[in-house]
Design a protein around this ligand. Structure first.
Ligand code: ATP
Length: 483
């Protein structure tokens, strides 16, 4: 906090409609008496044009580090090679591990077809398939690594529970696909089951992501807080946002231990830029989240109430305008002035969550390291001989094994093809060949190197290996489908 009692925040005007909705937001915050001191930085199109592929001036990081709070308008990311997504860069650099997306419906003032929705999606932001580690391994097969860590799962799940508690919510739902991905998604689900014990006042449940997403689309009113991984959360948040009635209504926050970024979920909408008709609500509600985050819930409530009252009075921007509920279609400026004029008033029908909402972020926990033993190895081959007969491959590869490390199975895209494969199974040029020690006897890296040397000597093209380990006696790897 600065000497004048104001909290320094970093602000970026953005591109397209960015400057219009940021101007509107800042004028409402000022009129509401927000105790903030903005520092302005440049990000987006102009910065990209200067050849800075990250879209952010190197000097801007100092402001972000100093304030730890970033209110950001949407930017335009130019199409082209070498250009990186600014959001991904900021998220990863500042370790903003939690993406928080509230979704609310405002029936009857913004008809949505789903009255009474007031949910929040808490999406893990740093891990999963978004690590960006991808390889083409054979002419036919590419892979993307899905990385999930114990501290990453624990941190996001704990954040979701703390948020539920701070906002006086009742239920936390976890969504994974752990019926298929038992190791990675299983880790997320197990973290959820472990951590929920510390929040006995909250109801909890788990849904497989496919049916969970279906329910989100069909009956979103049944959800309260949803916590999920990065990819599922990405898809789920867009399904949920569709429900609200306009993309212009939804805010989002990216939260880390040292910094947090607040923004609207929509893009820079170049099609309506400069016309003065954009809806500033998404960014304004993001600013409301920011005010709660910096401990100014009193101002957040004033702004939120005035905004709800404006909706109730039928003053709507064009994207919200509906026959029968809209009294006046406003441009950005008129809508903003209408909100300012209602500061201090309360809505009569629409409801918002009260006060508080500040969530303390615990540092990522470090669990004691378990006892690890290597008991085998998966050797991945690029093999394209004859008609790709798994029996032929199995016979030749079995000769590479040793008494302490024998060929146990071969799978092709995860499906067991040796021993006892089925001729109908489609076979690519990518083979996972599992060598395992008998009775989980520990092997060492010397055993591995000797095995790989024999595989090489038999003329095979190995493309990677994955060691098979047990952790405190529990296997840390999946079985082949059909094994
Ligand atoms: P991006 O591709 O980066 O997501 P975009 O602006 O093209 O950016 P969306 O944010 O999904 O994509 O917006 C889609 C359309 O919705 C816009 O072209 C615009 O017409 C409308 N829109 C988006 N935000 C607003 C807003 N705040 N007010 C009014 N209309 C909006």
């Amino acid at each position: 906090m600065a000497a004048d009692g104001a909290t320094p925040i970093t602000v970026a005007w953005g591109d397209g409609i960015g400057p219009e909705i940021m101007g509107a937001t800042l004028s409402v915050l000022e009129a509401a008496g927000a105790r903030i001191r903005p520092e302005f930085i440049e990000v987006g199109e102009k910065v990209y044009r200067r050849g800075i592929t990250s879209g952010i001036e190197p000097g801007a990081w100092a402001s972000l580090r100093r304030t730890g709070v970033f209110l950001k308008a949407p930017i335009t990311t130019p199409q082209g090679k070498g250009v990186k997504s600014l959001n991904v860069t900021i998220r990863k650099t500042l370790s903003l591990f939690a993406n928080v997306r509230p979704v609310v419906t405002y029936d009857p003032f913004v008809p949505s077809g789903h009255p009474g929705v007031d949910l929040v999606i808490v999406r893990e932001n740093e891990e999963d398939l978004y690590a960006g580690i991808e390889h083409r391994q054979t002419p036919e097969v590419s892979q993307c690594l899905k990385l999930v860590s114990e501290p990453g799962c624990a941190r996001i799940v704990r954040y979701a529970f703390d948020l539920a508690r701070a906002q006086g919510r009742k239920r936390v739902t976890c969504m994974t696909k752990d019926n298929i991905m038992k190791v990675t998604d299983g880790q997320f689900h197990r973290a959820f089951d472990r951590i929920k014990a510390g929040y006995p006042e909250l109801e909890t449940d788990h849904a497989i992501i496919d049916i969970g997403a279906g329910r989100m689309a069909a009956s979103p009113g049944r959800f309260d807080v949803v916590v999920t991984g990065n990819l599922y959360g990405d898809i789920l948040s867009d399904i949920a946002a569709e429900i609200s009635g306009s993309v212009g209504l939804c805010p989002s926050a990216n939260i880390g231990e040292h910094c947090a970024m607040f923004e609207a979920i929509h893009g820079s909408a170049p099609d309506i830029a400069g016309q003065g008709v954009a809806n500033p609500s998404g960014l304004l509600l993001a600013a409301v989240m920011m005010l709660r985050h910096i401990g100014q819930a009193d101002v957040a409530d004033r702004v939120h109430d005035a905004w709800l009252k404006t909706l109730e009075d039928g003053l709507h921007t064009a994207d919200l305008a509906r026959a029968g509920v809209t009294a006046t279609v406003c441009d950005t400026q008129t809508f903003t002035q209408a909100i300012i004029a209602r500061l201090g008033e309360r809505p009569s029908q629409l409801w918002r969550r009260g006060g508080g909402g500040q969530v303390a972020i615990a540092p990522a926990p470090r669990a004691p390291r378990p006892r690890k033993a290597m008991v085998g190895v998966d050797v991945f081959l690029d093999w394209d001989e004859g008609d790709r007969d798994a029996e032929v491959l199995g016979r030749r590869l079995a000769q590479c094994g040793a008494p302490g490390l024998a060929l146990q199975m071969i799978t092709n895209r995860g499906v067991l093809v040796w021993p006892n494969g089925h001729p109908e199974t489609f076979r690519t040029d990518h083979w996972r060949c599992r060598f395992h020690a008998p009775a989980d006897q520990a092997i060492d890296h010397g055993d591995l190197l000797a095995l790989l040397e024999r595989v090489r000597a038999h003329g095979f093209d190995f493309i990677k290996i994955e060691t098979l380990c047990t952790f405190d006696g529990q296997p840390g790897y999946s079985l082949g489908q059909g094994q």
